[in-house]
Design a protein around this ligand. Structure first.
Ligand code: NDP
Length: 271
């Protein structure tokens, strides 16, 4: 019994002494209503941040914002639409004032257009993948600029796919490789305002995206194929990416500028 009370006292003290790394910071997480984006928003909330999550699906937005609780709002918008992007930042600034952290996460699979090998890809499919995974990242940052605090941290979500080829994913891989270059170039452009831009590249993370790519009956097998390629022997979780995002969003990473952090269980470099 006395062990239990010592433990209870310890966890209370730990809670009292907890320093929130993002206390009162205002964050915007695009695609914060699902998977990695939601994991990042949760991690931000746990570290004292407030702000907005965005996405197109109002149902998942409502569900996610409710689950985040006080301090977060949801804003519906399509990141491939310039007017929506402007509105997202205007509404966030109206609700919270200027923005300290921007996570450019919305992306991945284009609805109704599967990735495919070169002979199957139409020009329209090519454009839609580039629009979602590269062009939208550039313009999300551009539209945020009037509302970003000097000293803000911008995190672009890249992918280990930028480094490691996978069948039928050439366009997506190329778009994400370009995102890593964007972080370098934009960092230089934004140096005068002390705005840091970095890429956080997840490896294979267990999110709803797999359900969009693979029929239910093949899901377990496809996930196992990925796990077999990951040296630590498991897929990552959105919370793993959330923790890395907290680091890049906080002053702990103040000297990290224009570079990439991979969170992939070793898949890119040691498998
Ligand atoms: P999910 O499919 O779970 O989430 C994608 C998010 O992007 C959703 O919130 C979706 O919201 C939003 N989104 C998609 N298209 C648009 C659009 N046109 N406008 C606005 N929002 C949009 O995928 P993940 O969480 O897995 O992926 C998140 C990011 O992480 C992507 O950039 C992806 O490329 C990257 N990534 C994922 C990996 C993984 O293994 N899961 C690995 C490496 C990178 P809604 O549908 O409501 O619009």
């Amino acid at each position: 019994k006395s062990n239990r009370s010592v433990l209870a006292l310890y966890s209370k003290l730990k809670w009292i002494n907890k320093v929130n790394k993002l206390a009162n910071k205002v964050a915007v997480v695009t695609g914060g209503n699902s998977g990695i984006g939601f994991g990042i928003a949760q991690a931000f909330k746990n570290e004292g941040a407030k702000g907005a999550i965005t996405g197109r699906n109002q149902v998942t937005l409502n569900h996610s914002v409710q689950s985040l609780g006080e301090g977060f709002i949801s804003i519906q918008g399509d990141v491939t639409n310039q007017d929506d992007l402007e509105r997202i930042f205007q509404q966030t600034a109206e609700a919270f004032g200027k923005i300290d952290v921007l996570v450019v996460n919305a992306g991945g699979v284009v609805d109704g257009i599967p990735m495919g090998s070169i002979s199957d890809v139409t020009e329209q499919a090519y454009d839609r993948y580039m629009d979602l995974n590269l062009k939208s990242a550039y313009f999300t940052v551009q539209k945020s600029l009037p509302y970003l605090n000097d000293g803000a941290s911008v995190i672009l979500i890249g992918s280990s796919a930028a480094h490691r080829a996978a069948p039928g994913m050439a366009i997506y891989s190329a778009a994400k490789a370009a995102v890593i270059s964007l972080a370098k170039g934009l960092s230089l452009d934004l140096l005068a305002r002390n705005i840091r831009v970095n890429t956080l590249s997840p490896g294979s993370i267990d999110t709803p995206v797999f359900g969009k790519l693979v029929p239910e009956e093949h899901l377990a097998q496809v996930k196992q194929t990925w796990i077999d390629m990951i040296p630590v022997g498991k897929q990552g979780l959105p919370s793993d990416i959330g923790k890395a995002a907290v680091f890049l969003a906080s002053d702990d990473s103040a000297f990290i500028v224009g570079t990439e952090i991979l969170s992939d269980g070793g898949m890119t470099n040691i498998s």
